[in-house]
Write a protein that binds this ligand. Structure first.
Ligand code: ADP
Ligand code: MG
Length: 384
């Protein structure tokens, strides 16, 4: 295993491109688990230059010298995190930029993809001692809001929902399934709890409780379902004034998505895929793959309507959004096939382009007090 501290690649990821921005794709390798060690498994993943992932069936040098040839492949991503990378490393390199963008009215979304046990929930939610991207993003959001001159302007609302077997449920207030409706802002789940958050302290407990509410599969009663997608939506509402001092209400939305385990949806045999789809086992993940394929191929029609997940993520994939994907993998040679599939999928996602636009980026926050407002107006007039 690689024990040095993680540093970002020398060249920071670039979204670039005039025809929209690319999805940034990251890979995170988790440490070898105890069960894997006990089963005598070895590491088949190596990260080089904090960017490249070498996947080989056998990873030891001795094996290499003996076999001369190894089955495997080399992939390059925007950054790749070895097992020594901290939750904070992962947050700051993958997501902090999106939090800043949300405060300027641009939507963003981060989703974790990978097989069950690969580290998606650890990356997204984390543990109390090592909170993940969801919690660190909200913490950072609050500190960024505090640093701005007039924090009274911002309201932060959280919603946490689940898509399981094509049913949408509210994880903050479990009950009857929610119905998806289309409105001006896109597709919304009717009646979804919007929790007004004032500080980070309450958030970890809230999300952990929500995570407990995720549907469990009948056959694996003690495990959180590997077929359920969890989506945390963080909506920031704020007011700004334009040059004519008219108040404008603005908002930015950050979606953080812990996807269902990818293993079953990844069958390459077409018949299997179809029967899985027929059985509705994980239509949403298949639909996500089809949407990604259609976006990569530049198709006019993107089949968002095929599943609840893709309807909910419509404005996060092809729409006006900054999108980040974190592919989680196990280092164990016992998971070689799953890891290979995950890396192929991630490799393909690199090709997707989205458009993140912000029509009125240079607006200023509204000062809270009247004296400040007068000063603000004065400064504005001076500038013009
Ligand atoms: P998934 O949500 O993809 O099914 P989990 O996040 O539940 O997988 O991870 C499986 C196990 O591995 C959990 O016990 C988790 O705590 C542990 N784990 C995952 N990633 C890491 C990591 N980066 N560092 C330490 N432990 C991890
Ligand atoms: Mg999980």
């Amino acid at each position: 295993s690689q024990k040095e501290n993680f540093e970002p690649p020398s060249k920071p990821p670039e979204r670039g491109g005039e025809n929209g921005t690319r999805i940034l794709v990251f890979v995170r390798v988790r440490p070898l688990g105890k069960k894997e060690k006990d089963a005598g498994s070895r590491c088949c993943v190596r990260i080089v230059d904090r960017r490249d992932v070498y996947l080989t069936e056998f990873a030891s040098e001795k094996d290499y010298l003996r076999l001369k040839r190894l089955r495997g492949r080399h992939f390059t991503f925007d950054a790749s995190f070895p097992d020594s990378a901290s939750q904070h490393d992962v947050y700051s390199i993958t997501t902090s930029e999106l939090v800043e963008a949300v405060l300027q009215g641009r939507n963003g979304s981060v989703f974790c993809y990978g097989a069950t046990g690969a580290g998606k929930t650890y990356t997204m939610l984390g543990k109390v001692q090592s909170p993940g991207v969801m919690v660190l993003a909200i913490k950072d959001l609050f500190s960024k809001i505090r640093m701005r001159s007039c924090d009274g302007n911002h309201a932060v609302h959280l919603s946490y929902l689940e898509v399981y077997n094509e049913t949408v449920r509210d994880l903050l207030s479990p009950g009857r399934p929610l119905v998806l409706r289309e409105d001006k802002q896109g597709i919304v789940a009717a009646g979804l709890t919007q929790y007004r958050a004032y500080s980070t302290d309450e958030v970890m407990a809230l999300l952990q409780q929500g995570n407990q509410n995720r549907t469990t599969e009948p056959t694996r009663a003690n495990e959180t379902s590997s077929r359920s997608h969890a989506i945390l939506q963080v909506v920031v509402e704020y007011r700004v004034r334009d040059a004519a001092m008219n108040i404008i209400n603005k908002m930015g939305k950050l979606s953080l998505i812990d996807l269902a385990g990818s293993e079953r949806a990844l069958a390459t045999d077409q018949r299997t895929v179809r029967s899985l789809e027929g059985a509705n086992i994980n239509r949403s993940l298949l639909a996500l793959s089809s949407c990604i394929n259609a976006l990569v191929e530049g198709k006019k029609h993107i089949p968002y309507r095929n599943s609840k997940l893709t309807q909910l993520l419509k404005d996060s994939l092809g729409g006006m959004c900054n999108t980040v994907m974190i592919a989680n993998i196990s280092p164990s040679n016992l998971s070689f096939g799953e890891t290979q599939n995950t890396l192929h999928w991630a490799d393909r996602a690199k090709e997707i382009r989205t458009k993140a636009t912000n029509a009125i980026e240079d607006l200023l926050p509204v000062p809270e007090t009247e004296t400040d407002q007068a000063k603000f107006l004065f400064e504005l007039q001076k500038e013009n």
